[in-house]
Design a binder for this molecule. Structure first.
Ligand code: UDP
Ligand code: MG
Length: 181
């Protein structure tokens, strides 16, 4: 448990350096950890983009990348390469390439873990009320949003979906109200 916490911390600090940022905060507080969040085609079609962005903003995370994209199938194959053998994989790639996606990079303390909690279980029928999927979706194949599942995966996904120049470093004037810095 302790080891896992330590390796998360090291990975989070590494992700700051990878993003060209000095890790802010001390001890277990790494506030420049980043994750990829994407509103999937069903979420865009259902006009859920604003609601999903608002949840991350209100929580206190910082938006550092945002774009509306029609994602090429090669990018989606790389993104979901670990699911290649699953029966739902072809349908997943078809669906993810069926329309525009809003891709975002969010930054903040424990943003990877907290985002996954905010998004909820993969199957919306298992997702708790209060989570995005638990509040806004019903079917596993139309679960509105993606969020990276580990710090290491987040770094890979951000590099796959965004060019470094598309990420914006900006000073958040609310930092001292969100963190003890
Ligand atoms: N998926 C699906 N059917 C399944 C399992 C997953 O259509 O039985 C889709 C769903 O859109 C999910 C995505 O595949 O979000 C990626 O699956 P993963 O297990 O990585 O879930 P996630 O990390 O998105 O919760
Ligand atoms: Mg996943």
């Amino acid at each position: 448990m302790l080891l896992r916490g330590l390796s998360r911390l090291v990975a989070a600090r590494r992700s700051c350096w990878a993003a060209g940022r000095r890790p802010l905060g001390s001890g277990s507080q790494v506030i420049c950890e980043q994750t990829l969040v994407a509103v999937k085609p069903d979420g865009v079609q259902r006009r859920l983009v604003g609601e999903i962005i608002q949840r991350f903003e209100k929580r206190g995370f910082q938006l550092v990348g945002l774009k509306l994209v029609q994602v090429p199938r090669e990018v989606l194959s790389a993104h979901y390469h670990d699911l290649e053998e699953k029966t739902f994989y072809p349908a997943l790639i078809d669906y993810m390439s069926s329309g525009p996606i809003v891709a975002m990079v969010w930054e903040g303390q424990d943003v990877v873990k907290v985002s996954r909690t905010m998004v909820g279980a993969t199957s919306p029928t298992q997702a708790l009320p209060g989570t995005i999927r638990g509040d806004l979706c019903v079917d596993i194949s139309r679960n509105a949003v993606h969020a990276s599942d580990s710090v290491e995966v987040a770094q890979k996904e951000i590099a796959l979906w965004f060019h470094h120049s598309e990420l914006v470093q900006w000073k958040c004037c609310a930092h001292s109200n969100i963190y003890n810095v």
